[in-house]
Design a protein around this ligand. Structure first.
Ligand code: FCB
Length: 449
């Protein structure tokens, strides 16, 4: 039987991704300070099942075994995040070299195995003292982030192939400060645009010191882009989809890539629009070496004037959802990448996250996950179609290497290529892991189609 693996450019990067708080555990070790996720996950009712990241996948102790898993997959690159509370436990002030030691070792061992380290500096685990001082809505946080970015890039330098400043600033700003679904769990919508502005400003300001410390690395940012499709051809639905796109996507894309905030969203925020000072937009729009794109699903949007701005409601879809309720919509990936290429002429793009949660079961030592294989296969093909159509996409990272702490959904939602038995911490590669290893090997010509 011939497979349908499309041919990617020879230097296309295949990777897997994780994030510190979702896998590391060891929240009290080697001088780590508390983060907003420790606090939030200890809040009754915040996380499904009352789960916390206190132990997670115990990756802080099992990292070498996890590198073996990656090597067996044959990945070219590993996207992980660095925990700010390990590096500067109080958020500002002294650097904890013991915390940096962990990432130093990880990076060296990755390099020994020929796996390129892709590090994200901020994947949501803000040191709690910084939140106590107001968090992302406070402009002074920019200096704190720059000092942290300096400490990391000074120590790891060019051994890291690519640094992303932020992961999904929309989630930090909106889920964290407006909707209360993520840490710090605030429900104050007026804070979100300020938080978003400072996340972007911290990103742009830090780029300068990051480039000075690691001139040979690529520097960029990771956005979650959530395409909105109008539910019908009615002008009100078309306008609703446009509003949602502004609120979720353009609010970040436009300042980063065009140096301006979109005026429709600015008006939508009204009195809550951020305090943008002279020079801020130039800083935010500093050139990037890459844009990371996380894509999982889309929204089918209809106008709903009864809900707060952007006054959009999601219309139910008909296909079978993933285990987190998301629609499987691979053509959204192709259309999104082509749109970014067409409308923004972005730097080279990486798909920095894509994957699906399914209710996996370990049975006789194996996990059969045909739905995840189908999801990944369709989305990889969708990336290929975008490249064929002219999108400059250089790599693809499957989310995730391991089942892990899926934020507010806890451990019940499994996104891994590798199953984690949380009782024993045993790792069991799923069928999708073999599928992904085969895809990479075929790409390299190590096995025939
Ligand atoms: C993204 C996050 C990542 C993971 C996936 C499922 O929004 O960046 O940490 O939780 O969703």
């Amino acid at each position: 039987m011939t497979t349908t693996t499309p041919r990617f450019p020879a230097d296309f990067v295949w990777g897997v991704a994780t994030a510190a708080y979702q896998i590391e555990g060891a929240v009290d070790e080697d001088g780590r300070g508390p983060s907003i996720w420790d606090t939030f996950s200890a809040t009754p009712g915040a996380i499904d099942g009352g789960d916390t990241g206190a132990v997670a996948c115990d990756h802080y102790h099992r990292w070498a075994e996890d590198l073996d898993l990656m090597q067996r997959l044959g990945v070219d690159a590993y996207r992980f995040s660095i925990a700010w509370p390990r590096v500067i436990p109080a958020g500002t002030g002294s650097v904890n070299q013991a915390g940096l030691d962990f990432y130093d070792r990880l990076v060296d061992r990755l390099l020994e195995r020929g796996i390129a380290p892709f590090a994200t500096l901020y994947h949501w685990d803000l040191p709690q003292p910084l939140q106590d001082a107001g968090g992302w809505p406070e402009r002074s946080i920019v200096d704190a982030f720059v000092a942290y970015a300096d400490a990391v890039t000074r120590r790891l330098g060019d051994r890291v192939a690519a640094y992303a400043t932020m992961n999904e600033p929309w989630c930090s700003a909106v889920l964290g400060y407006a909707l209360g679904e993520h840490a710090p769990g605030l429900r104050e919508p007026a804070l979100a645009p300020h938080a978003a502005h400072h996340l972007l400003l911290a990103h742009g300001t830090a780029l300068e010191v990051m480039r000075a410390n690691a001139p040979g690395a690529q520097h960029g940012i990771v956005l979650n882009i959530h395409p909105a499709y109008p539910a019908t051809d009615a002008p009100s639905d078309i306008a609703a989809a446009r509003r949602f796109d502004g609120f979720f996507n353009r609010w970040f894309l436009d300042p980063l890539l065009e140096g301006r905030y979109p005026s429709d969203v600015w008006e939508g925020y009204g009195a809550a629009a951020p305090d943008v000072r002279e020079g801020d937009l130039e800083t935010i729009a500093r050139p990037l070496d890459f844009l990371g794109v996380n894509y999982y699903t889309r929204i089918i949007a209809t106008s709903d004037p009864t809900v707060p701005w952007p006054s959009v409601r999601a219309v139910p879809f008909e296909s079978t959802p993933t285990d987190v309720g998301w629609e499987v919509y691979p053509q959204g990936m192709t259309e999104l990448l082509l749109r970014l290429q067409r409308e923004y002429a972005p730097p080279p793009m990486y798909v920095t996250e894509n994957g699906a949660a399914y209710a996996d079961v370990l049975h006789n030592g194996t996990v059969d996950d045909p739905q995840r294989i189908a999801y990944l296969e369709q989305h990889v093909a969708a990336v290929h179609a975008a490249i064929e159509g002219g999108a400059d996409v250089r790599g693809y990272f499957a989310w995730s290497l391991l089942d892990n702490f899926e934020w507010a959904r806890g451990y019940a939602k499994r996104f891994g290529l590798v199953y984690v038995d949380y009782e024993t911490q045993a790792r069991v590669p799923k069928r999708s892991a073999s599928w992904y290893a085969g895809l990479i090997a075929r790409h390299r010509g190590e096995i025939d189609d």
